[in-house]
Design a protein around this ligand. Sequence first.
Ligand SMILES: C[S@@+](CC[C@H](N)C(=O)[O-])C[C@H]1O[C@@H](n2cnc3c(N)ncnc32)[C@H](O)[C@@H]1O
Length: 197
Amino acid sequence: MIENPNEIRDKIRQRFVKVARSPHDRHPFAIGPDSAKKLGYDPAEIGGLPATVTESFAGVGNPFALGELRTGETVLDFGCGAGMDSIIAARRVGPTGHVVGVDATEEMVAKARDNAATVGVVHVEFHPGESDRLPVADGSVDVVISNGVFNLCFDKPAVLAEVYRVLKPGGRLQMADVFLGDDVTEGEVERKGAWSD
Ligand SMILES: C[S@@+](CC[C@H](N)C(=O)[O-])C[C@H]1O[C@@H](n2cnc3c(N)ncnc32)[C@H](O)[C@@H]1O
């Protein structure tokens, strides 16, 4: 049965409310610090963060492996979840830099704000919002990072247009995500289940 977009969006949000509130329950995909380490994050860096920062990490790769962030840069993290990548980015760019995290799930935004306060990082801000309507000015960002979110966005060209709008000339996009390969069969898609699974 084909669901309408609003129903799918609600299911995606409900899924990530659970990841924010109950990270230690069973989830249909890998989350948490062990997943981050498997995806190539520095184990010492992950181990050095409080559990509440890493327990709801739900990324699918490591955007920091795609390029170094520099001191003083402005970074935008769309679909920031509970803020682990935003906090790591804030530490990399230092207090002369700035990080903005945006997420569609209010519970994730609240957790990300709490997490930044817990680690004492003040040059990061978190906002509720959609990736195709980013709450930042044109040409104001040096690096856009994202981890596991693009596949959940309905209007992918609109998201890429937003990324292009907010980036400064010469800015970078460092995105980790999952993609559907040409050789995936209908049976495999059926077994994978809904967007929110
Ligand atoms: C797989 S999780 C990844 C979270 C985070 N990037 C991380 O690595 O832990 C996907 C996140 O994207 C958010 N999300 C889903 N659709 C979104 C959209 N259209 N715009 C912004 N955020 C969205 C969800 O609320 C969830 O927090």
